[in-house]
Every structure is written in C-alpha cells, then in structure tokens.
Design a protein around this ligand. Structure first.
Ligand code: GLY
Length: 427
C-alpha cells in the first residue's frame, strides 16, 4: 500500500513508525512530517492544512490510504474531499469531527445520548456569562467552543479568574471565533485518563488507555501544555472500569452517531475523569493524543495498517487489537519558554549515545541546514526545533516506573541547553 500520513508531530512520527513495520507497506509519505519521519519515508513540502494540495498529491500518486493525525484538517473537511474523489482516508468527516471542533455540539451530543459528562451552561453573551458566574460555586471550568490549540480550557478557582477568562475569550477575543461561545462547566475531582477506540462507520474496536501530563512543570505546576509526557499501561484502570467506559462512553457514542446518521471513521479519544461515581467524559477528541500516541502505539502488537485501511473503507474491524502487557512511558523535551514564547532553530541535544532501547519521536523538527535530504554529511549535522515540543523519549518495561527510570537515567547523561523536561513522568 502507498500511505500518506498528514501531520508533523510526535504523534505522526509514532503512527508512521508503526505503519513502516507493516509487510503491506510499499511507500510512505508524510505531509509535511519532520526530521524524524524523513528516516521512515518521504517528507512532502505540503502543509497539513492545505487540503487541495494534499488531495492533488494523493490523486496523482494513487495513495491507497491517508491517515490524518491532527484535528484541524479533519474539522476543515479533508475526509469529505478525499471521499468525493474516491480516496480512502482514516479520519472522521467534518460533521463527526464536531465532537472535537465544537465543545457545545459535543456536550449536547453527550446529553442526548446519556454519555456521562459534567453539567454545563453555554453562553454567547458576555453579560449573561458574567451574571452566571456571580452566583456559581467555584472552581468552574470555562471552555471555548471552537478549536483553540490547547488554550481553550481554563480552570477558574475564583470569580476574578472567571471574569478575566470571560473577558479574554469573549471581549478581547484572544482565541478569535473559537471563544465567541463558551461553556461553563462544573469542576470534577479525580484522576484523568485518556481512552481510545477505532471506528469504521458502523462499529468500533477498543484500543486502550494512556495518561498525559498536561502541566509544564513537575508536580503538575505551571501552565497547561499540549502534554509534557505520557504513560500507557494495562493497569491504569481496572478491568471493571474499562468495561464500564466501553459501554457508557464508546457504545453509547456509537449508537448516538448511528441514530443521528453520522458515520464515524477514525480514532475517537475520550478524555475522562475518574470520579467516585465512575468515569465522566471531559472531552472528546477525533484523533490520537500527542504525546499519548507515542506511548500507546508502541504497545500495539497488531499490524495497524490493514486496520486503518479497513476502517477507512468501512470494512470489518478485528474484534481485538492486541496490546503488549508491557507498560510505556514517554518524556517530552520542550524548548525553554514553551508553552509561552520560545526560540526556534535551536540545535537539539545530541542523542548519539542514547540507549538503543529507547524510541525517539520527533515533533516539528527540521534539519540544521535546509539542503538535500539525501546528503548524509548534512544528516549528521543535527536537528533543530521549529516548535515548542521537540522530542518524546519512550521506553517500555514491566511497569511504568521502570520504563520511566531508564529514560531519566539516559537523560542524566545528556547535555541540555535551551530545552527542558519534567522529571516526574511515570514516577
Ligand atoms: N495530549 C492531549 C491531546 O492530544 O489532546
């Protein structure tokens, strides 16, 4: 099969790394990919959101299946465009992608189909929202309706914080259109867990769980990020909780989608909080998480390529996707300053002496000098960052703690300048 992976993050590197192992693979392309993906296939200079160019490339090169990593092209309708042109694509269409693209639509969908979720009120008027918070009990969670690159959810502990968030989102429009409508939700106490299932339009196969570390600094301090690390293991939740989540979240979501005549194809990611009364959905995403993919995908033993292709073509899925009993941990190396201002073009730490046992997934990295990728001399010159998160170092072992200890032992031997990482992932 000729496969195109859309995206440039660690998630897409992990997806490509897995696809590369499939005996069914003939050719692998990334649009645009990163320095890491260039060792697996061909990086194309097509931005991930340029749907017409992606379509043109896929048609011209007779791509058998396109796998879309990030949410934006999905929300913007890449699946419809490919389908209209007779091309197979793994990822939901724009209507289905509203589960991530509109927090309001997702909340109402969950309410319509009895999927456990926190109570919420929504507002398009700043004054009404302000009036509501005057009598709210804190903390509350304020969510922007639209896609906001991880900046659209704020936990407000006081009325002052809530008022400031409303002003940012609704008056100053810090998130543009995404924050014009907002949801105010009750804050739920408990551990977070990310659960993943793979859909083919009429059924799903459950994949597994991971947990990411969203705060920038150790002990969950500092600002929210896209994720500074993640772990995946079969014992993050009990078998009973897993069964309950499969039934109350994924089966109900499937029935809801079918009832509303929506064919969902792709990954459905449920972000839950585990409360005393069971798992409650905080949000749905329509893709793999990043960095959750970097720790979940290495545990998958089944060949994912035929499964992606089957889902894209609405064909039967395997009943089970086999996961290794091993646990995985992943530590993200980010540029100093991330998630705020940070420098681009900085030389990444030299990983020449890193243990071969570790996997290294790149995010938005490029080569130091933008020359011919075939030139091996240039390859040895090293990588630079183009984004805030740069590398995820991943290891597996019999337990999450052992997987992460090895990563930290390795990290202690490496010189870092201009980058940082959390020292408590999986610990
Ligand atoms: N790590 C969180 C996300 O991918 O949405």
């Amino acid at each position: 099969m000729k496969v195109l992976v859309v995206g440039s993050g660690g998630r897409e590197h992990a997806i490509g790394w897995k696809i590369k192992q499939s005996p069914l693979l003939k050719q692998l392309y990334f649009a645009p990919g990163n320095a890491g993906t260039s060792s697996l296939g061909e990086n194309l200079s097509i931005p991930q959101n340029d749907i017409p160019k992606l379509l043109e490339f896929a048609l011209k090169n007779q791509i058998d299946v396109t796998v879309v990593g990030p949410e934006t092209p999905l929300v913007n309708g890449i699946a419809e465009q490919f389908s209209k042109n007779g091309l197979s694509l793994f990822g939901p269409d724009s209507k289905s992608a509203s589960l991530e693209g509109s927090k309001l639509w997702a909340k109402q969908f969950m309410q319509r189909h009895q999927i456990p979720t926190a109570p919420a009120e929504f507002f398009s008027s700043y004054h009404e929202a302000e009036k509501f918070i005057e009598s709210a009990s804190f903390p509350v969670v304020i969510k922007a309706d639209g896609l906001a690159q991880g900046k659209g959810v704020v936990i407000c502990h006081t009325e002052k914080e809530a008022r400031k968030t409303l002003q940012d989102f609704m008056i100053e429009k810090s998130l543009g259109k995404a924050g014009e409508t907002i949801l105010i939700e009750s804050f739920l106490e408990g551990e977070e867990i990310s659960c993943f299932a793979l859909f083919n339009g009429s059924s799903f196969t459950y994949l597994g769980e991971a947990r990411d570390y969203k705060k920038a600094y150790d002990q969950n301090k500092g600002p929210n990020t896209g994720g500074m690390g993640a772990v995946s293991s079969s014992d993050l939740i009990t078998a009973l909780t897993r069964k309950e989540i499969q039934e109350k979240v994924f089966t109900r979501a499937l029935h809801g989608l079918l009832n509303e005549k929506i064919k969902y194809k792709g990954i459905l990611y449920a972000g839950l909080i585990l409360t005393k009364v069971g798992g409650i959905v905080l949000e749905f995403n329509v893709r793999f998480g990043d960095p959750e993919a970097q720790v979940l995908i290495p545990r998958i033993q089944s060949d994912l390529l035929p499964i992606f292709a089957a889902a894209a073509k609405e064909e039967k899925l395997p009943e089970t996707i086999f996961l290794s009993p091993d646990s995985c941990a992943g530590v993200v190396i980010a540029a100093q300053g991330y998630p705020g201002e940070y420098k681009k073009g900085m030389k990444l730490p030299d990983l020449k002496h890193l243990s071969e046992e570790l996997l290294v997934f790149h995010s938005s990295t490029s080569f130091e000098s933008p020359i011919n990728l075939e030139n091996t001399k240039f390859k040895s010159k090293g990588f630079v960052n183009q984004g805030g998160r740069t590398l995820t170092l991943v290891n597996s072992a019999d337990a999450v703690k052992n997987a992460s200890e090895k990563i930290y032992r390795e990290l202690n031997r490496i010189q870092f300048e201009g980058f940082y990482y959390r020292t408590d992932i999986g610990r």
